[in-house]
Write a protein that binds this ligand. Structure first.
Ligand SMILES: Cc1cc2nc3c(=O)[nH]c(=O)nc-3n(C[C@H](O)[C@H](O)[C@H](O)COP(=O)(O)OP(=O)(O)OC[C@H]3O[C@@H](n4cnc5c(N)ncnc54)[C@H](O)[C@@H]3O)c2cc1C
Length: 524
């Protein structure tokens, strides 16, 4: 229903101060737009925050590593001048093994010690995947084209996509088309013999998704991760001083410095529509705020079904949003430790990086099996960091924090999480104990965040890493759904800028920047 338009003191209201909302706000403010950011939580950052989980112990409660934000974006927004410092960069990745012989990933000599054949095969494999990731990297930075329009910019974007593919050359193009729909399991199994290597790459392919490595499309998710990491350049696999919340704080500083206003504790209840155009928002408090454009950092389901309301959309579109898959399967597990843990065979340098519990592709696939039936993994796959090794200020002197991403935890296990939580936490501790004997005795406090907890605390539907599955049917030109895939929506003046959009989740900021550019191009 159209109402009288509230007065519009702002060019743009951004709903949500997740990192994408902040990048969007900073980009628009730097271009001279007056921007108001409204964040429901009491702090900025969304899933990129640092907070206390036990007295004196702080942790990056959602994302825990910075590895996808393009170096160019960091420089463009001047994040170092706005307070971003890195406690560690180019962190090592290590595949843990219960036999005490972990594999340092990316180190030729280490792989050679496992398998000379794999060490010989690795450089060509890495180079080939690098070329394919390069193709995707070019697509990340641009809003995807719309299909079937007469617009020259859409045609140009489609032409660019075809050209990039063609420029791979005949052999690579064929190979790219052969593998892009494949599953990571088959690809890795064809190439290598070392279970630790394959397991670690398989976990990278499925981190944050609702897939095991045997699921079709997991080569795409692996390449996607590689593409974003390539774009990050020198900022890849980094740990910010003060945790991931420091990235969000620096973004907020950049946005404020450019003139944006950020209000926290300001939950939006409804998007206002006047004369078939988004004209502002109503807060939970009842306050009404007008703007010429509204950009939502909230996920697609929240934006369309809860904040806008189906009455402003046609039924086909509502059905597509309703079917948008967004139940997360990644949990977070935090430990406050009396002292630094000792992982068998892992030295100080490796302990300061990323430790992976994915000893084989079958291990990861079996971990996934449970989740198909709404159960948590009995032997979960983990990505572990000990952030206090690089940034001791996150814990009291001499104490340490362990932060782990845990797969797989269903959003809603049968019987609910209340009865399942203790069992899942015990299973995670058992996996940790197998790789770091004695760690259990060091635990002072722990916190488990299931996808349902992540949804409750951070507001992302399903607690999903990407605000919605990154799968072929929810990808690129059709992400999140046809009719809203280029940051625009069926309602004039309303846009999306969060992880629901192309290119999906991860602390990249690209969705936020692309949405801002779309708005600026339109308004020009
Ligand atoms: C367990 C887990 C681990 C992860 N680990 C990593 C990692 O190590 N590295 C990495 O790069 N990525 C990681 N990710 C992914 C990454 O955290 C997210 O993809 C990314 O933070 C999403 O950013 P966003 O700005 O799009 O959305 P969000 O961070 O979800 O921000 C959306 C914001 O909108 C606000 N909002 C929603 N509704 C309203 C409303 N009605 N009114 C006002 N405000 C509202 C929310 O409060 C929130 O602040 C992880 C994700 C998960 C779940």
């Amino acid at each position: 229903m159209s109402a009288a338009a509230p007065s519009s003191p702002h060019d743009v209201i951004v709903i949500g101060a997740g990192h994408n909302g902040l990048v969007c706000a900073a980009t628009l403010a730097r271009a001279g737009r007056s921007v108001l950011v409204l964040e429901a939580a009491e702090r900025v950052g969304g899933l990129a925050v640092t907070r206390e989980f036990a007295p004196g112990f702080r942790v990056s409660a959602g994302a825990h590593l910075l590895h996808q934000m393009p170096a160019a974006l960091i420089a463009e927004l001047g994040l170092p001048e706005h307070g971003l410092r890195l406690a560690g960069r180019a962190l090592p990745s290590t595949a843990l093994s219960e036999d005490g012989r972990p594999l340092a990933l990316g180190e030729r000599a280490a792989l050679d010690a496992c398998s000379a054949a794999d060490a010989r095969a690795w450089p060509a494999f890495e180079a080939r995947l690098g070329r394919f990731a390069g193709l995707l990297q070019g697509l990340l930075a641009l809003p995807p084209p719309r299909l079937g329009t007469a617009s020259w910019s859409d045609r140009r974007a489609l032409g660019t996509l075809a050209l990039r593919l063609r420029l791979l050359g005949r052999r690579d193009m064929r190979e790219f088309l052969r593998i892009i729909g494949m599953n990571a399991y088959d690809l890795l199994d064809d190439e290598f013999g070392t279970p630790l290597l394959k397991g670690a790459l398989g976990l990278d392919a499925v981190l944050g998704t609702n897939f095991g490595p045997r699921a079709p499309g997991t080569v795409l998710t692996l390449l996607y991760r590689l593409a974003a990491t390539r774009a990050a350049g020198s900022a890849a696999l980094a740990q910010p001083v003060g945790g991931m919340g420091a990235v969000s704080e620096a973004l907020a500083n950049a946005a404020r410095h450019a003139g944006a206003t950020i209000r926290t504790g300001a939950a939006v209840k409804r998007i206002e529509v006047s004369n078939d155009r988004a004209s502002g928002v109503v807060l939970e408090s009842g306050e009404t705020l007008g703007a010429r454009r509204v950009i939502s950092n909230a996920d697609a389901r929240t934006t369309f079904l809860r904040l806008l309301g189906p009455e402003h959309l046609d039924t086909g579109f509502v059905r597509r949003v309703d079917h948008y898959r967004s139940r997360g399967l990644a949990a977070k597990f935090h430990l406050a430790l009396e002292r630094a843990p000792v992982f068998t065979g892992v030295g100080r340098h490796a302990l300061g990086g990323r430790l992976l519990v994915a000893p084989s592709l079958d291990y990861v696939e079996r971990a996934w099996n449970h989740s198909k039936y709404g159960e948590w993994s009995r032997a979960p796959a983990l990505e572990i960091t000990v952030p206090t090794l690089n940034d001791p200020a996150l814990a009291p002197a001499g104490r340490h924090v362990l932060s782990a991403i845990v797969q797989y935890a269903p959003y809603a296990p049968e019987g609910g999480w209340a009865g399942e939580r203790a069992g899942f936490a015990a299973a995670i501790r058992a996996v940790l104990e197998a790789h770091a004997p004695g760690i259990g005795a060091l635990i002072l406090a722990e916190e488990l965040l299931t996808p349902a907890d992540l949804e409750r605390e951070f507001g992302a539907t399903g607690g999903h890493w990407h605000h919605g599955e990154l799968a072929f049917d929810q990808f690129y030109m059709v992400r999140p759904v046809p009719g809203a895939a280029q940051h625009q929506t069926p309602v004039a003046g309303l846009y999306l800028c969060g992880a629901s959009c192309h290119p999906g989740g991860g602390v990249m900021g690209i969705a936020g920047r692309n949405a801002a550019r779309r708005v600026l191009a339109e308004a020009a």
